[in-house]
Design a protein around this ligand. Structure first.
Ligand SMILES: NC(=O)c1ccc[n+]([C@@H]2O[C@H](COP(=O)([O-])OP(=O)(O)OC[C@H]3O[C@@H](n4cnc5c(N)ncnc54)[C@H](O)[C@@H]3O)[C@@H](O)[C@H]2O)c1
Length: 454
C-alpha cells in the first residue's frame, strides 16, 4: 500500500457510506442561561448598590453591561477626568453623584461594592483601600502592576473577607464553559501543548487613542494619576495611552496575554503560576516612544503542559486558543468553540516499511492484518463527529462575568476568578515582560514569591 492508496481508517470510513467526504461537523448554538437564571433569583430587596472608580473606556463598557445584570444599581461614579463623569452617567442613563476623589465613594455606607477600572498601576491602592472600607471589588485585569502588588491585594482582601473578582470575562463565558466541559470529558486525550494568539492591526489596536479636545491639567487630576508612578509634567499621551508605558501598564502581556492565560487556566483547571517563561519580540512599527514591544511571543512551562502565547500589533490575524491533545484538537476562535477528534484507531506502519525489501514488508503487513482483522460490514464504526459551538449573536460575556461577581456579593461564595486566580494570571504576564526586558529565562521562585533569572 503506497501513499496514494486509502489508509485503513479511510477505508473503514468509506465503508460506512455516510462519511465519504470526511468526518461530519455538528454545529450547535449555545444557550445563555446565567442571566435568566439570576433574573428569577434576585428579589428587589437583594439589590446590590455599587459605584465605579475609573469610568474611561472600560469603565463605561462595564457600566453599560451592568444595565443587563438583574438586581444591581450604580449609585456613584469617580474619575480623574471630568468629562468621564458625563460619559459614565450617559452609560447608566441616569444622574448619580460623581467625583474625582474615590474616598468619597468608599466613605459611603450605602455602597456595597466597587468596580475598579483604572490603569493597572492604581489597582493595588484602590483595591486595598476598598477592602479596608469593607467593599467587595470587581477589579479589572490584569489584577496587579507588579508581583508585590498582587500579594498585597490578596492579603487585604482576605483580611477584610471581601469578595474579589478580576475582569477577564472569558472565565464566565458560555464558550469557555463549553470548552472546559469538552476538556474535562477526556475527549482531547492528554493535552501537552496549548497555543494562543491575539493579533490586531490598527492604531486603536496599538493603543494610539485620540486625545479628547478638552484634555488639560484643568480637566484632569494629573497628580493623582501619577500616584505610584514617577512624577513628570502633564502629558496627555501618557494619560490616554497609558498601556504603552511601563510606569502604568504591562504592554501586550498585561493587556492581552492575561485574557489568554486566564481562559487557558480556566479550561484546563490550572490555578498556578507558570514555572518558567521565555520571551522574544520587539518594537518593529509603533516607534512612538513606547516602552513595550509591538510583537511578543512567550513560551511557558507548566508541570503538565507547555503554552505558547503571541501578540502581534502588525497583523489582523485576530485571536485563537488551541488545545492540541492526543485524541483531539479544540480551538476557541471569535465566538465559537470547535472540537475535532483525531482518528486514533490502529493503522499498520505506512512509511518506514517502504525502506524494507518487499518480502519483509509483505510479511509485516500480513501479520498485522491477521492481528487486526477488518470489522464485518455491519460493524463498521462511524467516526466521532467534529463539533462546533457558537455563542448567539447578542451574547455578552461581560454581563455574565458581572452577574457572577454580584451574585458572590450576595451569597459570599467566592467566584472562580478571585484574587488568587487573578494573581496567578497576572504573574504569568509579569514573567513574560521580565523575560523580554531581561533577555533571560524568567523562573518563578515560590519560596521567595519572586521572579528570578534562570
Ligand atoms: N476586561 C477587558 O476586556 C478590558 C478591556 C479594556 C480595559 N480593561 C482594563 O480596564 C482598566 C481601565 O482601562 P481603560 O481602557 O478603561 O483605561 P482608560 O484610560 O480609558 O480609563 C481609565 C480611567 O481611570 C481613571 N483613573 C485613574 N486613576 C484613578 C483614580 N485614582 N481614581 C479615579 N479614577 C482614576 C482615569 O481618569 C481614566 O479615565 C485597565 O486595567 C485595563 O486593563 C479590561
Amino acid at each position: 500500500m503506497g501513499y496514494s492508496s486509502l489508509t485503513r481508517r479511510q477505508f473503514i470510513r468509506f465503508g460506512t457510506g455516510v462519511l465519504a467526504a470526511g468526518p461530519a461537523a455538528k454545529a450547535t448554538v449555545l444557550q445563555p442561561s446565567l442571566l435568566s437564571t439570576y433574573a428569577r433569583a434576585v428579589p428587589p430587596s437583594d439589590t446590590v448598590r455599587f459605584a465605579s472608580i475609573g469610568t474611561g473606556v472600560r469603565g463605561c463598557e462595564l457600566l453599560q453591561a451592568s444595565l443587563r445584570v438583574p438586581g444591581v444599581e450604580c449609585v456613584g461614579v469617580c474619575d480623574l477626568y471630568d468629562s468621564r463623569h458625563d460619559a459614565a452617567k450617559e452609560a447608566i442613563k441616569k444622574d448619580v453623584p460623581a467625583s474625582r476623589d474615590y474616598r468619597k465613594i468608599l466613605d459611603r455606607k450605602d455602597v456595597d461594592a466597587v468596580i475598579v477600572a483604572t490603569p493597572d498601576h492604581q489597582h493595588r491602592k484602590l483595591l486595598v483601600d476598598a477592602c479596608l472600607a469593607g467593599k467587595d471589588v470587581y477589579c479589572e485585569k490584569p489584577m496587579s502592576h507588579t508581583v508585590e502588588d498582587g500579594f498585597a491585594m490578596i492579603d487585604a482582601a482576605q483580611k477584610a473577607n471581601c469578595m474579589i473578582q478580576i475582569g477577564s470575562q472569558g472565565v464566565s463565558s458560555i464558550l469557555y464553559a463549553k470548552a472546559k466541559e469538552i476538556y474535562a470529558s477526556g475527549r482531547l486525550g492528554d493535552v501537552f501543548m496549548i497555543e494562543a494568539y491575539s493579533d490586531r492591526n490598527s492604531a486603536s489596536g496599538a493603543w494610539v487613542y485620540p486625545i479628547p479636545p478638552d484634555a488639560s491639567e484643568q480637566t484632569i487630576d494629573w497628580n493623582t494619576f501619577l500616584d505610584g508612578a514617577p512624577k513628570r509634567p502633564f502629558d496627555a499621551a501618557r494619560f490616554f495611552r497609558w498601556r504603552c508605558f511601563a510606569d502604568y501598564g504591562e504592554g501586550l502581556a498585561g493587556d492581552l496575554f492575561v485574557h489568554l492565560i486566564s481562559g487557558i487556566h480556566f479550561v484546563t483547571g490550572t490555578n498556578t503560576i507558570p514555572q518558567r517563561a521565555q520571551s522574544t519580540g520587539g518594537i518593529f512599527r509603533w516607534k512612538d516612544g513606547r516602552d513595550f514591544p509591538d510583537v511578543i511571543e512567550t513560551f511557558y512551562d507548566y508541570p503538565n503542559f507547555r503554552m505558547v502565547l503571541r501578540c502581534n500589533l502588525n497583523s489582523d490575524a485576530g485571536g485563537l486558543v488551541a488545545f492540541f491533545g492526543t485524541k483531539g484538537t479544540m480551538t476557541i476562535k471569535d465566538s465559537t468553540v470547535a472540537y475535532k477528534p483525531q482518528d486514533t484507531r490502529p493503522e499498520p506502519e505506512g512509511y518506514s516499511i517502504y525502506g524494507w525489501p518487499a518480502r519483509l514488508r509483505d510479511e509485516y503487513l500480513k501479520k498485522w492484518r491477521e492481528e487486526h482483522p477488518l470489522p464485518a460490514p455491519l460493524a463498521f464504526h462511524v467516526e466521532e463527529e467534529s463539533e462546533t459551538y457558537a455563542a448567539p449573536p447578542d451574547y455578552d460575556a461581560v454581563a455574565d462575568h458581572q452577574t457572577n461577581f454580584f451574585n458572590a456579593v450576595r451569597t459570599r461564595k467566592p467566584v472562580v476568578e478571585n484574587e488568587i486566580f487573578g494573581n496567578h494570571a497576572a504573574i504569568g504576564c509579569h514573567m513574560a515582560n521580565y523575560a523580554y526586558f531581561n533577555k533571560a529565562i524568567a523562573v518563578w521562585d515560590p519560596a521567595a514569591k519572586k521572579i528570578v533569572k534562570a
